[in-house]
Design a protein around this ligand. Structure first.
Ligand code: PMM
Length: 289
């Protein structure tokens, strides 16, 4: 019996016909992202990295020009566009499905014009009042992440009565606002925003409650890759595991996410997560078996 994850409408064919959890490879075209900051800042290197991610098992790539690490300051819209547009155009021209990781409606619009086919908004529409209206007009799938404030504020925004019900309530009010502004509900993906305005234990509580998220009926995206809560769970001699040694833990989250019906996992090194989701699919009786 196959349990294909719920997918958003409006995906390109290669993603629409996947019967398993999709693997999204990350390209941060930034000098300061927590895990890969500075490595892909130059457009040529970022494009090569996108091709390498696809060769390494990614189904799509997510391109972001603004760091979201805790404490990060915002950059100008011009700088964000300068970083992402050439990378999007080159990869989209190669037929690679690209999502744009941005909180700005204008950047989303220009990215889609350059070839992006998904808008990934970590603010879930909270950062730019124009985002829903613009996304409605673009007609592409929209990933709405749970978010409470910009990176320089989020560590002060971690009070929850019950993190699971609060995150679900806050996400659903975003989804409702997006729909009210004309976004097609079948194109909305929800994401609990692991590591964003969350204390370490909040991330585990959300993952433990993943079925409550998938039961809402919207496709779900999980972005756990290399995040601090994984490092903390893998203490070696009292020290958190360094960022670049968190990929096996990331792949374990990918396997568990896929087995719970998550539509997409967002990761830095796709091969392990791709293998993990293929195994889950074979286990469940999908194509690979
Ligand atoms: N995390 C980061 C950036 N963008 N987008 C979504 N939808 N979900 C996430 O969890 C998410 C995101 C930060 O991680 P990075 O610096 O490793 O890209």
């Amino acid at each position: 019996m196959i349990h294909s994850p719920v997918r958003p409408d409006g995906l390109p064919l290669s993603l629409a016909r996947l019967d398993r959890c999709a693997v999204m490879g990350i390209i941060n075209v930034t000098p300061d992202s927590f895990s890969d900051g500075g490595r892909w800042l130059d457009a040529t290197t970022a494009i090569e990295h996108g091709l390498a991610l696809m060769a390494d098992g990614a189904d799509l790539v997510d391109i972001g020009g603004e760091s979201t690490r805790p404490g990060a300051q915002r950059i100008s819209q011009e700088e964000e566009l300068r970083r992402v547009l050439p990378v999007i155009s080159a990869l989209a021209q190669d037929g690679i499905p690209v999502s744009i990781d941005t909180m700005r409606a204008d950047v989303a619009a220009q990215a889609v014009e350059a070839g992006a086919c998904i808008v990934n908004d970590i603010s879930g529409g909270g950062a730019d009042p124009e985002m829903y209206r613009v996304v409605a007009g673009l007609g592409v799938p929209y990933i709405a992440m749970h978010w409470r404030g910009f990176s320089d504020q989020m560590e002060f925004l971690t009070d929850y009565d019950n993190v699971v019900t609060d995150v679900i309530d806050e996400l659903m009010s975003r989804v409702n606002a997006a729909q009210a502004a004309g976004v097609d509900p079948r194109r909305i993906v929800i994401d609990p925003g692991l590591g964003f305005a969350k204390k370490m234990h909040h991330n585990w509580e959300l993952l433990r409650a993943i079925d409550q998220l998938t039961e809402l009926g919207y496709p779900v995206l999980i972005g756990a890759a290399r995040k601090r809560f994984l490092g903390a769970a893998l203490q070696d001699h009292g020290e958190p595991r360094p960022v670049e040694q968190r990929d096996a833990a990331t792949d374990a989250v990918s396997a568990l996410s896929a087995s719970h019906g998550v539509w997409c996992v967002r990761v830095h090194t796709p091969r392990g997560s791709r293998d993990a989701v293929e195994v889950v699919n074979a286990w469940k009786g999908g194509d690979s078996s």
